[in-house]
Structure formats: C-alpha cells, structure tokens
Design a protein around this ligand. Structure first.
Ligand code: UTP
Length: 293
C-alpha cells in the first residue's frame, strides 16, 4: 500500500512587493478575496484531498496567519451567545487540521522556503501550494496530481498553457508528451524571454514533491535574481529520476498582483452564495455606464 500524502507546505514568507503599500506590514497571503484570506482557499483545496497537516513558512509581519488558523475563544463565545451558528461553524471549519509554522528568516527564494520544512516532512512526499495561485474550488487539480503521483511514484508539477507574451513571468518546461495532459519533463527554464522559451507550458503554483528534493536543495547555489529557485532544484532532480508535468485546463486565478487579485475577487464574488446576486446587478450596472463613456 502506497503511503498517502497528508502534508502540505505553504510558503508565505515572501515580501509581496507587487502589492505595496498594502503589504508593508500585513501579509499578502491574508488579503481577503470575497470573505476569506487567499491562503484559506489553498488550505481548503488541500483538505478536500485528504491533507491534514500544514507547514506554513512565514516571516516578519506574518503573525496574523497564525492567529487566523488558531481558535478565537472570545469571538466564539460571542457568536455562541448571539446564536450565530452559521458564522460559528464557518470560523471553526478548519479546526480539525494541524498547523505548524516555521520562519524562513530571509526571503531567499522558493527552494530556500521549502527547505525550511524538512524537519517536519522528513522522508514523506508532500504537496506545495502557492496561495496566490487560486484554483477554482470546483476543480480537482491537486487530487489529479496526487493520483499521478500514486501511479508513477514520481514528483509531479502543475502546468498551464500561457500566451507567449506572458511566458517571461513563469518557469517554463521542455517536455515530451506522455499521454493526454501528462508530460515527462526534460528541462525547466525560469522566466525565459519569449524567443528563448522551450514551450508555452508554464509552471503554476501546485507541486507534489518527493523527499529527495531536500538533498538537492542542500547542494544548490542561488540562481536567477540571487534566489534559490525551485526551478533549478527540479532541473537537478531530473538528472536522477523522472519528473512529470500535468497540464491544468481549468480555471486558475492569478492573484499575485493587483490586477489579477481584482479579477479573482470579481469572479469569485460572482460565484459566492452570499453576495453573487447583488454583485451581479452591480457589475451589469457599472458595465452599462462604462459602455456609455
Ligand atoms: P511570489 O514571488 O509570488 O511572492 O512567491 P512574493 O515574493 O511575496 O511577491 P512579490 O513577487 O514580491 O510581489 C510565491 C509564494 O512563495 C512565497 C511567497 O510568500 C508567496 O506566497 N515565498 C516566496 C516565500 O515563502 N519565500 C520566498 O523567499 C519567496
């Protein structure tokens, strides 16, 4: 029986410079989309796949992440007394999960952030989720990736076809098609220019990794931008084992910068049970006004 993946690492120690000044003293991962902080979407997505243990990599000014996933005695008592059961259930919906927090120290890159979780993960395979990539809650990307991992017993990363003009923002793969949406990866390039990109398949923020990646991290030196790049580590890992890429064709919201964040907010608000109706009317109204101008 293969060992199930039950741990996820959520790097959240970055500086969030694309959101300044909002992120000067507050974490980007806590910016709310509709009524939940961004990072909660990633936790709920993992929980649906049976993940129960979360290692969140934090840094300076990130204390509110810990508070958010902790119990809030005074608030709970207040809601109980007022009979606000629905809200009480909502704030307690993730109480059964385990959270551990590790500080990165300096934001030296994604590989460096993930490396910090080694003592918690030990010899298990694990998921990594970047919370500013929000996967539509109706999609099953992470579960699909886990199933590939269980079949192949190899690391799997999520890919998306992106327009050539946007390719310079991503890590990009060179790979051979294995089946419908599955590629065996031959190489990866971090943020290539349009001409230098080996394909239009960009890496997005979901990974299933095997524990041997930690030995690779130990041997790394800083890459592009002076950071320890995960892309470089993956390039090293394919020297001794296969790495697969799964092409995601569903809806992803890239909420890592201001425009993407606003688009995600609008789309998810239109899907939200609580406010979709009123919000839809507002959007129609404002669109009419914009068309007139
Ligand atoms: P990003 O590059 O999107 O986030 O990293 P950032 O660095 O915070 O934002 P910008 O680019 O300055 O605007 C993706 C995720 O990885 C985490 C970030 O917190 C984010 O959730 N990260 C990044 C770390 O935990 N440590 C790092 O050294 C870098």
């Amino acid at each position: 029986m293969k060992k199930k993946i039950v741990k996820a690492i959520l790097p959240a120690a970055g500086l969030g410079t694309r959101f300044l000044p909002a992120t000067k003293a507050s974490p980007k991962e806590m910016l709310p989309i509709v009524d939940k902080p961004m990072i909660q979407y990633a936790i709920e997505e993992s929980e649906k796949c049976g993940i129960e243990q979360f290692i969140i990599i934090t840094g300076k000014n990130k204390r509110s992440i810990e508070d958010h996933f902790d119990s809030a005695f005074e608030l709970e008592e207040n809601l109980k007394q007022k009979g606000k059961k629905k809200l009480l259930n909502e704030i307690n919906s993730l109480k059964h999960l385990d959270f551990a927090y590790i500080r990165q120290g300096k934001a030296l890159g994604l590989a460096h952030a993930i490396m910090r979780a080694r003592p918690f993960v030990k010899d298990e395979s694990f998921a990594v989720l970047l919370s500013d990539d929000i996967i539509d809650p109706d999609e099953s990307l992470l579960q699909d990736m886990m199933n590939i991992y269980y079949d192949y017993e190899c690391p799997v990363i999520a890919l998306e076809r992106v327009p050539r003009a946007e390719i310079h923002r991503y890590g990009v793969i060179d790979g051979a098609r294995e089946s419908d949406k599955l590629y065996r990866i031959n190489g990866l390039v971090e943020k290539p220019d349009t001409e230098g990109a080996p394909s239009d398949l960009a890496i997005i923020g979901r990974y299933i990794l095997t524990p041997d990646i930690f030995d690779v991290f130990e041997d790394m030196s800083p890459g592009k931008g002076g950071e320890y790049q995960l892309t470089d580590a993956l390039n090293m890992i394919i020297q001794h084992r296969p790495l697969y890429g799964y092409v995601f064709e569903g809806k992803r919201y890239d909420a890592g910068d201001k425009l993407g964040f606003l688009k995600a907010t609008v789309e998810l608000a239109l899907k939200s049970d609580h406010i979709s109706e009123g919000f839809r009317e507002f959007i129609i109204d404002i669109s009419k006004k914009l068309m007139k101008d």
